[in-house]
Write a protein that binds this ligand. Structure first.
Ligand SMILES: Cc1cc2nc3c(=O)[nH]c(=O)nc-3n(C[C@H](O)[C@H](O)[C@H](O)COP(=O)(O)OP(=O)(O)OC[C@H]3O[C@@H](n4cnc5c(N)ncnc54)[C@H](O)[C@@H]3O)c2cc1C
Length: 414
């Protein structure tokens, strides 16, 4: 039997997992049907969003939903024709919003997020990417004291799960981030938040480290899992080749359902599509990652005064045509935060967040097939949790204790 581990999918989750395994001395083959890190991991907002411990289906979401859905360019949009397909996902989302469930999901997310930066540190050091990893913290902006007051219960709940934060008044906001327009009366600063200048180059840097450490990357489409006697023993490629492996890890983002379907697992994986506007010559020197609470979008400071505006959720089929108005609307929103900026060389992008209705990724073994593991469904947190996902899978493959209760991340919860 082959001792090799095959990782299917070279987005950030597959790349970080492959690197963790390789650094532990395993023989690793990483596959992608296209260029590595060119799908969702290409254009995300670059944040290690370590304070996002509360699942999306928190009880307050239902109050805001009607207003959002009436506005086609609001923070959340649904392509109505897709609604029948979405129904099982939405039903699960509703179940996940029960208070007891939110509490256990928050614990599960916090257990991953609290170690995310520590799991990245050795990978970043190995890849020489320290200069790209900015540990300046994030500011969440509020227009007035009342808006902050409404947000404080959620911040207090985050504090109960290990998130340290502080409030800033208007003078402190200006002092902390002079490039912001006046008028942001309050902010919450999370010092432990960090970001990378360019998530694509960051992912490619980790891939280079994987190859330099003796890992193998191959461009090939995995068409199916090969199984023998209830055990997965490799991958059958679209070109007909069989690649043997002792263990296979599926980290194929939104396309992971191809493999769960083959195994007849029913997993409610859907795309929460998101958009970005890249402004490499914006000419705005921000230091912190910026979140705008009322508008549900974020600003990533790029190198040399550039900005990336990102956010919005669109529930639609992953292959549906993009609605670029959802990206363009971010321009006006951003002007309200940082004033005017240059749009020279602006580009727009849309990506598929691989999303599970309870916000918690699947990280772990298949219920009834030896040698098969899954790592998908990271939703809004794929960059943040990639190194941790890889560390947990490394420990599972090596049958080492991870020090974490892995129960909440299992596929069999669906
Ligand atoms: C607008 C936006 C902003 C975001 N901001 C953040 C952020 O700030 N912080 C954060 O943590 N997350 C963020 N995210 C989420 C994050 O980008 C995703 O969770 C993450 O990229 C998912 O990574 P992945 O490796 O699972 O999937 P992907 O990056 O999509 O990679 C999957 C890979 O699998 C390959 N593949 C698929 N099928 C096969 C097959 N059969 N054979 C071989 N290869 C295959 C694909 O080609 C692809 O390369 C954001 C997302 C969006 C859309």
């Amino acid at each position: 039997m082959s001792e090799r581990v095959i990782v299917v999918g070279a987005g950030i989750v597959g790349i970080a997992t492959a690197l963790q395994l390789r650094l532990a001395g395993l023989d690793v083959l990483l596959l992608d049907r296209g260029e590595p890190a060119r799908e969702t991991s290409y254009g995300n907002a670059g944040a290690l969003a370590v304070s996002d411990v509360i699942p999306l289906a928190e009880p307050g979401v239902w109050r805001r939903l009607p207003g959002w859905l009436l506005d086609p360019l609001g923070p959340l949009a649904v392509r109505w024709r897709y609604l029948p397909t979405l129904a099982p996902w939405l039903a699960r989302f509703a179940l996940a919003s029960r208070p007891a469930r939110v509490a256990s999901l928050t614990r599960a997310l916090a257990a991953l997020l609290n170690r995310a930066a520590a799991d990245y540190a050795p990978l970043v050091a190995r890849a020489g990417l320290d200069g790209m990893w900015r540990r300046h913290g994030a500011l969440t902006l509020y227009r007035d004291a009342a808006e902050l007051e409404r947000a404080l219960p959620a911040w207090r709940r985050k504090a109960e799960h290990g998130v340290a934060w502080q409030t800033l008044d208007q003078a402190a906001v200006q002092d902390c981030e002079p490039a912001l327009r006046d008028g942001w009366a309050r902010a919450v600063k999370v010092a432990a938040w960090s970001h990378v200048d360019d998530p694509y180059l960051f992912s490619r840097g980790l891939l280079d480290a994987f190859v330099a450490a003796g890992g193998v990357f191959e461009q090939a489409e995995a068409a199916a899992l090969s199984e023998r006697g209830g055990k997965v023993d490799g991958v059958v490629c679209a070109d007909g080749r069989m690649l043997a492996a002792g263990q296979v890890i599926v980290a194929a983002g939104i396309w992971s359902d191809r493999f769960t379907r083959q195994c007849r697992y029913r997993v409610p994986l859907e795309s929460e599509r998101g958009y970005h506007v890249n402004l490499p010559k914006a000419g705005v020197a921000l230091r912190h990652f910026i979140q705008c609470a009322s508008e549900s979008f974020v600003i990533l400071p790029l190198a040399d005064g550039g900005l990336r505006l990102a956010g919005t959720v669109e529930l639609a089929h992953r292959d549906a045509a993009p609605d670029w108005r959802r990206a363009e609307i971010l321009l006006d929103k951003a002007r309200g935060i940082v004033g005017d900026f240059s749009t020279e060389d602006m580009t727009l992008w849309m990506g598929n967040r691989p999303s599970l209705p309870d916000t918690v990724p699947v990280i772990g073994p298949a219920p009834d097939r030896a040698g098969l593991y899954f790592a998908f469904g990271h939703g809004h947190l794929g960059l943040t949790l990639a190194a941790t996902t890889g560390a947990l899978l490394r420990d599972m493959v090596l049958q080492r204790p991870s020090g974490l209760d892995l129960h909440p991340y299992r596929l069999a919860r669906f």
